[in-house]
Design a protein around this ligand. Structure first.
Ligand SMILES: Nc1ncnc2c1ncn2[C@@H]1O[C@H](COP(=O)(O)OP(=O)(O)OP(=O)(O)O)[C@@H](O)[C@H]1O
Ligand SMILES: O=C(O)[C@H](O)COP(=O)(O)O
Length: 395
């Protein structure tokens, strides 16, 4: 990948694809980690006199404008972190974007509205994506790929635009790849991977390959219920990926065959509803009442997971163990995070919400070897998949 210092950017329009997909409560950013992580590249370009055009996505608005997913609060926060004005375009490639870019002076920064307001961004139709990519590409003369959390997506701004413009990798992408490489090369064993979170269908896909690499796989969070259901247990109203039950049964067999220890929760906090103040009880993971949903792993599972992490020498963790945003259901995530902080292993946490959880729970960031901005992206990297955003930067 080309380094961005290989380009003379002074006076040139540089399109930076960042991952600014931060958690929001209304229009309040609850964790600005991904914005902070994007600052070094943007600042370096601005300091060198580039006219910096930042583009990014937020949430999954499905190809049409939706004020709930506007990047406006992110533009404000980015400006505060840069200590400079960030001009916000209220569309992606329309009049507002074009005039904002045209008006940029050397060293100034603009942020375009959410890329996913445009149907071309995520389209599986190559021609539609290419047409949108053209519109983005004309806004700039150079492309810098720095949205590590999105490099696993074959989206216009990640994959097609760098093929149209001279391109370089940003500082964040370079740093992330450097650390994650250590987890694919010569790693110290036992190697444990902890998976949780809510993007169950996305992340179940990586398990097949992970089983060829890890010694232990711990499954918590929203992921766990499809595994429990695959073993024939009732999971009530918990997150469940019904169409992937057969696939999960295959993983259970494969793990047994390969001697990979697959660790599932033995108890869960079963709540009456998805709410901060929901009533709940601790139940065996094999006996979740039909009208309840598991919102966190239970106390015995916390101990079990911590014990399985205690002697690991390499640990990768993606996805909270429960709905950590609700105090009552944050215990499992805290237990795993604390186990990693106490461990002497090489520990990597990946994912927007996982990293946010570490900070929200007040754990020291330097208690981990690396906190990655990528969840799905780092998992797919570890799985050995070729990632479209990296392929494009290497071209
Ligand atoms: N049992 C559960 N039921 C419902 N939601 C859950 C459960 N456990 C965890 N979650 C939710 O999972 C979300 C995080 O999942 P996600 O897969 O997006 O992780 P991530 O670390 O952000 O990774 P990525 O960067 O790929 O998005 C949190 O908002 C959390 O509340
Ligand atoms: O949160 C993430 O993992 C990245 O920003 C990618 O988002 P996505 O899973 O909605 O593509």
């Amino acid at each position: 990948m080309k380094d961005l210092s290989e380009f003379d950017v002074k006076g040139r329009r540089v399109l930076v694809r960042a991952d600014l997909n931060v958690p929001l409560d209304g229009d309040v950013i609850t964790d600005d980690g991904r914005i902070r992580a994007s600052v070094p590249t943007i600042r370096e370009l601005a300091d060198k006199g580039a006219r910096v055009v930042v583009c990014a996505h937020l949430g999954r608005p499905k190809g049409e404008p939706n004020p709930q997913y506007s990047l406006a609060p992110v533009a404000k926060r980015l400006g505060e972190l840069l200590d400079a004005e960030v001009v916000f375009a209220i569309d992606v490639v329309g009049e507002s974007a074009q005039s904002a870019v045209k008006a940029l002076q050397d060293g100034q920064v603009a942020l375009l509205e959410n890329l996913r307001f445009e149907p071309g961004e995520e389209s599986k139709d190559d021609a539609l994506r290419a047409a949108f990519a053209e519109k983005l590409a004309v806004l700039a003369e150079v492309y810098v790929g720095d949205g590590f959390g999105a490099v696993h997506r074959k989206h216009a701004s990640v994959y097609d635009v760098p093929l149209l413009l001279p391109h370089a990798a940003g500082r964040l992408v370079v740093a992330e790849v450097e650390v994650l490489k250590k987890l694919t090369d010569d790693l110290a064993r036992p190697y444990a991977v902890v998976l949780g979170g809510a993007k169950v269908s996305d992340k179940l896909g990586v398990i097949g390959n992970l089983l060829t690499k890890v010694d232990r796989l711990l499954i918590g969070g929203g992921m766990a219920y499809t595994f429990l259901a695959a073993q024939g247990y009732e999971v009530g109203q918990s997150l469940l990926q019904k169409d992937q039950l057969d696939q999960v049964r295959g993983f259970l067999n494969e793990a047994a065959k390969r001697g990979v220890e697959l660790v599932l929760p033995v108890d869960v906090l079963a709540a009456t509803e998805f709410a901060e103040d929901a009533e709940y009880e601790v139940v065996d993971a094999t006996a979740i009442p039909a009208d309840r949903q598991g919102l966190d792993i239970g106390p015995r599972s916390r101990e079990l997971f911590a014990s399985k992490l205690a002697d690991a020498r390499t640990v990768f963790w993606n996805g909270p163990m429960g709905v950590f945003e609700f105090e009552a259901f944050s215990g499992g995530t805290r237990a795993v995070a604390e186990a990693l902080v106490q461990s002497e292993a090489f520990t990597v946490v990946g994912g927007g919400d996982s990293a946010a959880a570490v900070r929200k729970l007040g754990l020291p960031e330097d208690g981990f070897s690396h906190i990655s901005t990528g969840g799905g992206a780092s998992l797919e990297y570890l799985e050995g998949k070729t990632l479209p955003g990296l392929v494009a930067l290497e071209a």
